[in-house]
Ligand binder design. Structure first.
Ligand code: F6R
Length: 622
């Protein structure tokens, strides 16, 4: 969603801010803005709608904005339409127009998230003579801080603290005060924000890639804590205004991993990074031929004590959960229920002793997944997070964490994080099966050998990408496409369908193959493409029959199966083969051609596949 950057140091701030915002472009936005201050002068605010290019042109690449301290923002509209007036930064001064230029203002700020009670606060501030030029909740927060700051004649930390206890919602705030040149103040609640330091430079960002080129030393500011940034220096305060100490962390991500490195899009680069993402995740969880989950606190005893698993996640991470259901129930014989986090969070939840709630999330910041985690914790349920972003809120709040090692994922549509999540699930399932006495050590070693072979097999699939590229181009203008499969193949179908929809805007549906004839088959017509996923031997014949039913009604059939299942060609018009592996792990291979299909469909339609319309990388609002 929105992106925040901040900088105070010895360099000119605007080019650093623009560079940081460019690295957050993938998160999705509709307008952008900067506020830069030079010494004790007022902050100068520049905003523009549309792509960041507009802001870069307006500021001559940042050169027209002098000053070594500033904040920047990319906005994904929530309150108020995407417009220059509603774009951030916002100012506390009473001004007309869009709040741009050199504005007489005590407080200037940017904000990610939503302030739920902003209307009530707006009314209160209006009664005290404040006027509003925008429709945003952000302008209300900035003016509320200004109100406390002036009314009680207190410093920025106390004014922010008084505001934090009045506002409800999720937010990350970056603020500058006219009386405090060279300083930036930041606070957050349930929205990401990190602080980075390097020599005499201080940085602030809502996401790691924004500052990866400048520093690896970061602080994760906690909920309802305040950071005060000065050049090369940062201080933290709690809600009482008392200074607190936070430990810095070193980011291990390589700056190059957030670059395209010659690929046309981040998405295709990340599809190619999947062998490494899976390998690195497996390496982190397997030592000397044994899966080691103890570091996450998942001892053999804990694994044996799990009575049931409930998985809560959103989007593709939910699809990993759907796959996990089949794998965990079959291998470890643990009953599993998979829920959309947005549903779980708002309903009465009945749970049993020994239940484990697993939250799967790339970003570790998805609002619904975080709420599901907190709900489970409130109910006293043990929680496990499978997360990619180190230090993210979900990772910090869960009882146990298994990190995936996919590196920064920039394309909005997830690919390598999805694959890394599957790898973590496999390790969890195999280890649980072993310690619960369901597999012996020979079977255990066999599973580990199969897991270790997955990265090479993904590489082999990628070598044949041209065939899928050709096929995707042929169907790029399709109106509807159906994906069908049973069991684990249904979970794979769900992910294939989502990849296609979000990237190419072609409508598609994923159906459990046996369910088609209960209604959906009425949509099958001449030349409609039906993609059958057939990786599970026991279900192969059943799904073939369902595909044949579609063909009889005019459908064109694509089959996705493993080498050796050549009889599929008796029914399918076009077949894609992937290498064989243990059936439990087939999702890792079968998903790759479907990712390529979604990607090349979007490319063939000339779309911005890294930033599909209306979507944001991490969904930090409900
Ligand atoms: C789809 C996609 C989304 C995410 C979902 C959850 O390609 O990326 O569906 O999977 O928004 O995000 P995380 O994993 O960050 O919780």
């Amino acid at each position: 969603m929105c992106g925040i950057v901040g900088y105070t140091g010895t360099q000119q701030a605007a080019p650093v801010l623009l560079d940081g915002l460019a690295r957050l472009e993938y998160r999705g936005y509709d307008s952008a803005g900067l506020a830069v201050r030079n010494g004790s002068d007022l902050a100068e605010v520049v905003k523009s709608t549309g792509k960041l290019r507009g802001l870069i042109e307006k500021t001559d690449g940042g050169r027209s904005l002098a000053g070594t301290c500033g904040i920047g923002h990319t906005r994904w509209a929530t309150h108020g339409e995407p417009s220059q007036t509603n774009a951030h930064p916002h100012v506390s001064g009473n001004c007309s127009g869009s709040g741009s230029g050199l504005v007489e203002s005590e407080v200037t700020g940017v904000h990610n998230g939503i302030i739920e009670n902003y209307l009530e606060l707006k009314e209160k501030l209006s009664r005290h003579g404040y006027q509003f030029y925008s429709d945003t909740d952000t302008e209300v927060v900035v003016k509320l801080i200004d109100y406390y700051y002036k009314k009680y004649k207190i410093g920025p930390v106390d004014a922010i603290n008084r505001t934090l206890v009045r506002i409800r919602g999720t937010y990350a705030l970056a603020l500058m005060f006219r009386d405090y040149p060279g300083e930036i103040y930041a606070a957050r609640k349930d929205a990401p924000m990190i602080i980075g330091i390097d020599g005499s430079e201080s940085y602030l960002a809502s996401d790691v890639p924004a500052i990866l080129n400048y520093t690896r030393t970061v602080y994760y500011i906690g909920n309802l804590q305040i950071a005060q940034l000065r050049p090369g220096e940062v201080h933290f305060f709690d809600l009482n205004g008392d200074e607190i100490q936070l430990e810095s962390t070193q980011i291990t991500w390589d700056a190059k991993s957030a670059e395209k490195n010659g690929f046309e899009h981040f998405m295709i680069k990340e599809i190619y990074e999947q062998p490494a993402a899976v390998r690195d995740t497996l390496t982190s969880l397997v030592t000397e031929g044994r899966i080691t989950l103890e570091a996450a606190g998942l001892s053999d005893e804990v694994l044996r004590g799990i009575s049931s698993v409930r998985i809560a996640a959103c989007g593709s991470a939910w699809h990993v959960g759907m796959a996990a259901q089949y794998i965990l129930e079959d291998l470890a014989e643990i009953p599993v229920r998979v829920e959309l986090a947005s549903e779980y969070r708002y309903r009465k939840v009945l749970h049993v002793d020994g239940e484990l709630l697993v939250v799967i999330s790339q970003s570790g910041e998805t609002a619904d997944s975080l709420a599901a985690l907190r709900k489970a914790k409130d109910l006293g349920i043990r929680t496990l997070a499978i997360v990619n972003v180190v230090g993210s809120t979900i990772a910090r709040e869960a009882d146990h964490v298994l990190y995936t090692h996919a590196g920064p994922e920039i394309a909005v549509a997830t690919t390598k994080a999805f694959s890394a999540q599957l790898a973590a699930i496999y390790c969890f399932a195999v280890q649980a099966a072993y310690v619960r006495g369901l597999i012996d050590s020979d079977q255990y070693d066999g599973y580990l050998r199969e897991l270790a072979s997955i990265p090479d097999k993904i590489e082999r699939i990628l070598e044949e990408k041209e065939r899928i590229q050709w096929f995707a181009a042929k169907y790029a203008n399709a109106r509807d496409i159906f994906f069908i499969g049973r069991g684990l193949d249904y979970a794979i179908s769900l992910e294939g369908s989502l990849k296609l929809k979000e990237i190419s805007y072609v409508h598609s549906e994923a159906y459990a193959a046996g369910e088609l004839k209960h209604g959906t088959i009425s949509l099958i017509e001449d030349n409609l493409l039906v993609i059958g996923v057939l990786t599970q031997k026991d279900l192969f014949e059943k799904t073939i029959s369902n595909m044949a039913e579609c063909k009889a009604r005019g459908a064109f059939l694509m089959a996705l199966t493993s080498y050796g299942n050549y009889s599929v060609e008796d029914s399918a018009n076009f077949t894609v083969y992937v290498p064989k592996t243990d059936p439990h792990f087939m999702a890792s291979l079968a998903v790759v051609p479907l990712q390529l299909f979604g990607y090349y469909s979007g490319v063939a339609r000339g779309l911005d596949v890294d930033k599909p319309r209306n979507l944001a990388k991490s969904v930090t609002v409900e």
